[in-house]
Write a protein that binds this ligand. Sequence first.
Ligand SMILES: Cc1cc2nc3c(=O)[nH]c(=O)nc-3n(C[C@H](O)[C@H](O)[C@H](O)COP(=O)(O)O)c2cc1C
Length: 365
Amino acid sequence: MEFQFAAPLVLAHLHSKNRVIRSATHSFLPDQDGYMTDAEYAMYEQLASHDVGMIITGHCCVDPLGRANPEQVNIYDDGYAAQFRKAVAICHEHGALFVPQISHAGPRAVDNDDLADVVARPLKKGHEARALTVAEIQHIEQMFVAAAVRLQRAGVDGVQLHAAHSYLLSRFIDPYFNQRTDAYGGSIENRFRMTEEIVKGIKAACGEDFPVLIKVNCDTRAEDTAAYEADMVWLLQRCHEIGVELVEFSGADFIRLPKDRTLYYLDIVKRYKQAVPEMPVSLVGGARSAADMEQVLASGIEAISLARPLIAEPDFVSKQLVGGEKSICVSCNRCFALPHMHPGVRCVWAWKRLRAQQKAQRQKA
Ligand SMILES: Cc1cc2nc3c(=O)[nH]c(=O)nc-3n(C[C@H](O)[C@H](O)[C@H](O)COP(=O)(O)O)c2cc1C
């Protein structure tokens, strides 16, 4: 059977052997000093050798004040760049593209007592965030650009800006978080300004043909969802004008959705795609089978991105190509907690399977 997801993805400056993207997924495998470990490299090898066309890394930190996790890959100074060369080589060896996701955690940062957000607000556990000044916004923009320059030198195929899931850039874009009244708040043009200035800064420093991708929420928790939908159409048009390579749509609430739901954001993203057909997009959220992936591509969306199915089964795409069953992932989200309880273990269902196989082997022996 010929699958549409097996067809090449040809973007302006990125050619992928197929239309399957490993969406950015924090692996909990890096060390606490900001470096990839052997286990992290082994994960990339598994994904790349099992038919994932483009691998986007977990969020890599562009600013020491914006770290999201104690174990996270850093890219905020030159010393962190060399580790990416090895990951690029592993992926290219298997014909996969390697695209680091670069991010700032904003008020979700760890190890930072001076938390700052798009506007001042109370946070959990009695903490307060203060509002970023314009000078600070511009400094963070420069940190993103400097990270992209380092990564380009390390040979990556492009970078993705993390502007989803309430990390800093998404807090500017989303009116649920952004109530600023200056040039970075109000209209979508203003709320997108920080992300746009980063894209333009990267293009100026790395060249127009260096691919810049953006991950963004297709929806909002703000009341006026119709206005947000109009904003997303504007954002796609703007992304096309400023040379963004691909917009990957996720959503604000993927963790809280019922476990039996699939393709959470397909209907809304289909509408965006129809409104701005010229801008390439990918969809992430709830694809659990070849049929799901085909349904997304049949709607005109260029690529399908996967996260939890590839935690559960890194060879999921290879298995789908030969008629494999749907994913063992049931969206239980224990992949967020399990690695802390059992370091190195990422999916409870894959772990149970492995232990059952080991038990069976022991009984045979
Ligand atoms: C353990 C875990 C870590 C994640 N880390 C990131 C990340 O670093 N950056 C990001 O943009 N999204 C991250 N995500 C979100 C996924 O990329 C994806 O948007 C979401 O899981 C929905 O897709 P899925 O249904 O295919 O899992 C993470 C998700 C999980 C479960």
